[in-house]
Design a protein around this ligand. Structure first.
Ligand SMILES: *Cc1c(COP(=O)(O)O)cnc(C)c1O
Length: 411
């Protein structure tokens, strides 16, 4: 930090304060995590200085022979980790990976069937406000109104009617196992390709804690910074047959030079994710999530779909006469960070949705387990029951701070 403190004390101070914030709060944002010091070091390295447009051995710049090795390592480790045939490790983010995958598989105007944003899908799955929704013709499938789970019969019916060229499976707010084999059967039936966006669950997939989409999908996209606990970046995995198309869709299709420091940091993340310790970590994320769900549900909070199989819980706050904005703000004051979220068939507007999303990847990375989940679950219930009781919130804030002291954020 010293050179930074000298050159730019304002930013140095902001970074320190953000580290303190992360350390002093219970972060339950389902899409976040904390990276290891090894990942941090790689992404803060001099590899940021290098231009490397192109791919290893076929660059448009000189001096790439060393960074080529980093990209080769990242690619081969990704293949080994997920059991895929081809990997592209250059997409700057999950959204960029999706845009590249569409670019490789579709022409403008082509039809795509994906999960509804309001039912757990992602903006990059054809939302009107996203470039993806402007370039391609998207139709969206909802979850079943009763079970609040993906209903493959309904997906099949929509696919038959709509005749998409591509079906997208994968979600940002869905607490259940996704049946990728079932999606593939439907894709085959209507002559579509299957793309799986496993951004949220990649760490669970890498460790076998969630079934893998690799045997079923033509293309798999993901972020590397959610349950996979790597740097903020994207990854595309595909069959050998599609390798060339995917690579050209990433560069030069949608991006310029890769961020080689982040390519190296991905390699570190894939190495870490191969270990037995990481497998136990992924299992623990789900154990913690199920346990937290049980406490909240026993306390009167209705869980969308009745529970969870993965790292997240989607809660219906109408069961406690609350809306997402109020719950998020009240919990935030106590140092418990969640995000408000739409729930399936939500009658409320997006800025004041009926739900909140709660995830356990970060607290599990910090080493929290059953005892801490008991405390956190009961604090959440207390605050949701009396979201305006400032004194109680303040006292929980102190308890949260004390709890956090025992669990470092640098791992
Ligand atoms: C988080 C997420 C993304 C996008 O990731 P960014 O890196 O924020 O662009 C894409 N798809 C799904 C399903 C996600 O949850």
């Amino acid at each position: 930090m010293e050179p930074l403190t000298k050159t730019d004390p304002e930013i140095a101070e902001i970074i320190l304060r953000e580290e303190q914030r992360q350390r002093g709060e219970v972060n339950l944002i389902a899409s976040e995590n904390i990276v290891s010091d090894a990942v941090l070091l790689a992404q803060g390295s001099v590899l940021t200085n290098k231009y490397a447009e192109g791919y290893p051995g076929r660059r448009y710049y000189g001096g790439c022979e060393v960074v080529d090795e980093a990209e080769e390592l990242a690619r081969s480790r990704a293949l080994e980790l997920f059991g895929a045939e081809h990997a592209n490790v250059q997409s700057h983010s999950g959204t960029q990976a999706n845009i590249a995958a569409y670019g490789a598989l579709l022409s403008p105007g082509d039809k795509v069937l994906a999960m509804d944003l309001a039912h757990g899908g992602h903006l990059s799955h054809g939302a009107r406000v996203s470039l993806t929704g402007k370039i391609y013709q998207f139709e969206h499938y909802p979850v079943n109104a009763d079970s609040e789970m993906i209903d493959l019969d309904l997906v099949e019916q929509l696919a038959r009617e709509f005749q998409p060229k591509l079906i997208v499976a994968g979600a940002s707010a869905y607490p259940r196992i996704i049946d990728f084999a079932g999606f593939r059967r439907i894709a085959d039936e209507v002559g579509a390709r299957l793309m799986v966006d496993m951004a949220h669950i990649a760490g669970l997939v890498a460790t076998g804690v969630h079934p893998s989409p690799i045997p079923h999908a033509h293309v798999v996209t993901t972020t590397t910074h959610k349950t996979l606990r790597g740097p903020r970046s994207g990854l595309i995995l595909c069959r050998k047959k599609l390798a060339k198309k995917i690579d050209s869709a990433v560069f030069p299709g949608g991006q310029g030079g890769p961020l080689m420091h982040l390519v190296a940091a991905r390699a570190v993340c894939f190495q870490e994710a191969k270990t037995e310790a990481f497998r136990q970590y992924a299992q623990k994320i789900v154990e913690n999530s199920i346990h937290l769900g049980e406490i909240l549900s026993d306390g009167g909070l209705r869980l969308v779909s009745g529970g969870t199989d993965n790292h997240m819980i989607l809660a219906d706050l109408r069961s406690m006469d609350l809306t997402g904005d109020i719950a998020e703000a009240a919990l935030g004051k106590a140092g418990i960070v969640v995000n408000m979220n739409m729930i399936p068939y939500d009658p409320a507007p997006p800025r004041r949705p009926s739900g909140m999303r709660i995830g356990t990847p970060t607290i599990t990375s910090r080493g929290m387990g059953s005892d801490e989940i008991n405390l956190i679950g009961n604090w959440i219930l207390e605050i949701l029951r009396e979201p305006t009781d400032e004194n109680r919130i303040e006292s929980i804030r102190a308890d949260v701070r004390e709890l956090c002291q025992g669990f470092p954020t640098r791992i």
